[in-house]
Write a protein that binds this ligand. Structure first.
Ligand code: NAD
Length: 280
């Protein structure tokens, strides 16, 4: 089965749209998302445009603040502090990567944890690993929702996460642990990745190496989630050898059209959740 991330993301956006209508009725205001974009890197421009378009489609108040590549770090930090105090702003996102002279960690830690829609603030990271309510990084949250669509009961499943980034692998581990999976997290120093993958009922690949996970690495009936986005001379491919793996796996996400659309839908979901928590 090819997991249609586009369709599932569109259903999620529709649910959010209905929820935003109800929130507007109840509170006489809608959740607001402010995105800070520094510089003019083409991929970031495209991501931000898509985020803005989707936010408007579901009825959120959307604002994009654009700054030149050479902007002072202090101006960005002061702006974030101002947004932290603004009741019309439910969520703040600073598009990564940042220019070298701006300290990413400082930026992340300046965002109020309750408005941190990316879920990168150490407070949210800690809350997620302690099982408390928190914003969850959008891509792993999207992967999690896709897995749950295919297999609602994950009790006792063996999951192998390939890649241990703070952005993807680590939060993915926490989400699956919470669902009572037995989770193995693998990385560039893992001794026998193929053997680890062959044990898995669920594989989430977030590495950045084109078609790393092969057909003979995958157990029959496994669920495979491919986070990778790699530009190659064949076009965009994931971290999973799609053709080979699709012959073995029970379910597999395509690239593009799998995890990508879910990432943006989950950003909107996080904005709505931040708004709801702020009204409590
Ligand atoms: P990263 O570079 O931060 O982390 C990569 C991880 O892979 C590291 O933990 C590293 O140890 C591990 N790794 C490297 N070589 C390995 C190997 N040979 N075997 C096993 N593990 C290995 O990457 P990231 O930010 O997590 O992104 C991973 C991929 O996901 C990239 O292709 C990125 O473009 C893509 N991505 C997609 C989305 C989306 O919305 N679909 C979002 C974010 C990232």
């Amino acid at each position: 089965m090819i997991i249609d991330g586009k369709k599932i993301a569109s259903e999620l956006r529709e649910e959010l749209k209905q929820e935003v209508l109800k929130l507007r009725e109840k509170y006489n205001k809608v959740p607001g998302l402010t995105v800070i974009l520094i510089g003019d890197m083409a991929p970031s421009q495209i991501y931000v445009r898509n985020k803005e378009k989707s936010a408007i489609e579901v009825g959120l108040k959307s604002e994009v603040l654009r700054y030149k590549e050479t902007i002072d770090e202090k101006i960005i930090l002061d702006k974030i502090k101002e947004l932290n105090k603004d009741d019309d702003v439910s969520g703040i996102l600073v598009q990564l990567p940042l220019p070298k002279h701006i300290n990413k960690q400082k930026v992340i830690e300046t965002i109020l944890p309750s408005k941190d829609v990316d879920g990168f603030h150490p407070m949210n990271v800690g809350n997620l690993s302690s099982g408390y309510e928190s914003s969850i990084p959008c891509t792993p949250l999207g992967c999690y929702l896709l897995i749950k669509k295919i297999e609602p009961n994950l009790n006792g499943k063996k999951a192998v996460i390939v890649g241990r980034s703070n952005l993807n692998g680590k939060p993915m581990t926490q989400l699956l642990l919470k669902e009572n999976c037995t989770v193995t997290i693998t990385h560039s120093k893992t001794k026998n990745l193929k053997a680890e993958c062959l044990e898995a009922d669920i594989i989430v690949a977030a590495v950045g190496i084109p078609e790393l996970v092969k057909g003979d690495w995958v157990k029959k009936d496994a669920i495979i989630i491919d986070v990778g986005i790699n530009k190659t001379n064949k076009g965009i491919v994931g971290d999973v050898a799609f053709k080979e793996v699709s012959k073995v796996a029970k379910a597999l996400t395509p690239v593009p059209g799998g995890v990508g659309p879910m990432t943006i839908a989950c950003l909107l979901k996080n904005t709505v959740e931040c708004f709801k928590r702020s009204q409590k």
